[in-house]
Design a protein around this ligand. Structure first.
Ligand code: HSE
Length: 303
């Protein structure tokens, strides 16, 4: 096999209180094909997000992650590589675009190498490249994931919520680099804030597994990263308030931002929630678009 077509989902990390730990995959996808060619070097065709600036060179995550697996399995066999992307996941907005590129590259190379590595082994390689597991895990496995590091290895427990949920991703035009958003977080936090987050993250997992979604309002609260990042997202407290007022359980910063994601019941008026959030961004001079999403339960796969 010389060519593989894959689909990889957007992800939303942290899920409020689960900083660098919790994540979920949703049904907004990048589609990528990888083809080994006789013509040496890299070729890249991009449609959608990044079409104006992604370039075919080795440090581009799409090529670097592919070569990470390819070189390890084939002992560095030299090849030409043609990548075509249809990118729907917005970049630098907290919806896992870099994780999707890493996971796509690793998964494609692995598929072309007769599935040499298991998904669990790919998780560990992806985490090493990304720096934390909370986006790459749901991109690989789908569903809702609880990830943790043990002796420098990444692990993840995947679970599916007891009942459907809607995720309203409101995406501001302004990008927010993860590196900048991580700099905003202090090195130490008060012990009572750590306890606060332990209780909320535990409650969130319990609510999702039991289907007791009346706890989600409380369970999605956070004190470890959102208060420190609030100044980076225009009107954030009012965007949260508008989502709740329009009928969402609650809203959180998706990953490191700038996307804000509301969690809502399938019975809620999701368009109304989205528009209320977009209006608050507009009142703060920030144009935003939105996606009303479901959980993706498959993760990356061949199509
Ligand atoms: N957990 C990460 C953060 C996700 O919030 O910085 C972004 O990659």
């Amino acid at each position: 096999m010389k060519k593989v077509f894959i689909q990889v989902p957007a992800t939303s990390a942290n899920c409020g209180p689960g900083f660098d730990t919790l994540g979920l995959a949703c049904n907004l996808y990048n589609e990528v094909s990888y083809e080994i060619t006789d013509k040496k070097g890299f070729q890249l065709e991009v449609e959608g997000e990044g079409a104006d600036y992604l370039k075919p060179f080795g440090r581009n995550l799409a090529f670097a992650s592919f070569l990470r697996v390819w070189n390890a399995v084939t002992d560095g066999q030299r090849i030409g590589l043609k990548v075509k992307m249809l990118n729907r996941i917005p970049m630098s907005r907290g919806l896992g675009s870099s994780s999707s590129a890493i996971v796509a590259g690793l998964f494609a190379a692995n598929a072309l190498c007769d599935d040499h590595y298991t998904k669990d082994e790919l998780l560990d390689i992806a985490t090493e490249i990304e720096g934390h597991p909370d986006n790459v895990a749901p991109a690989l496995y789908g569903g809702f994931t609880i990830s943790y590091m043990e002796q420098e290895k990444a692990h993840s427990l995947r679970l599916l919520p007891a009942k459907p949920l809607k995720f309203i991703a409101v995406v501001p035009d302004s990008k927010l680099p993860t590196s900048l958003a991580r700099q905003a977080i202090p090195k130490t936090v008060p012990h009572k804030d750590a306890v606060y987050n332990t209780s909320r993250a535990s409650l969130l997992v319990g609510a999702l597994l039991s289907g007791n979604y009346e706890y989600l309002g409380m369970a999605l609260e956070d004190k470890l990263h959102q208060p420190y990042r609030a100044h980076l997202i225009p009107g954030l407290p009012d965007v949260f308030a508008a989502a709740k007022e329009a009928g969402a359980y609650n809203a959180i910063i998706s990953g490191a931002g700038s996307t804000v994601m509301a969690y809502a019941s399938p019975e809620a008026d999701c368009e109304r929630i989205a528009k209320a959030m977009v209006d608050v961004f507009a009142a703060n001079n920030e144009h935003a678009c939105y996606h009303i999403l479901d959980l993706d339960t498959d993760g990356v796969k061949k199509v």
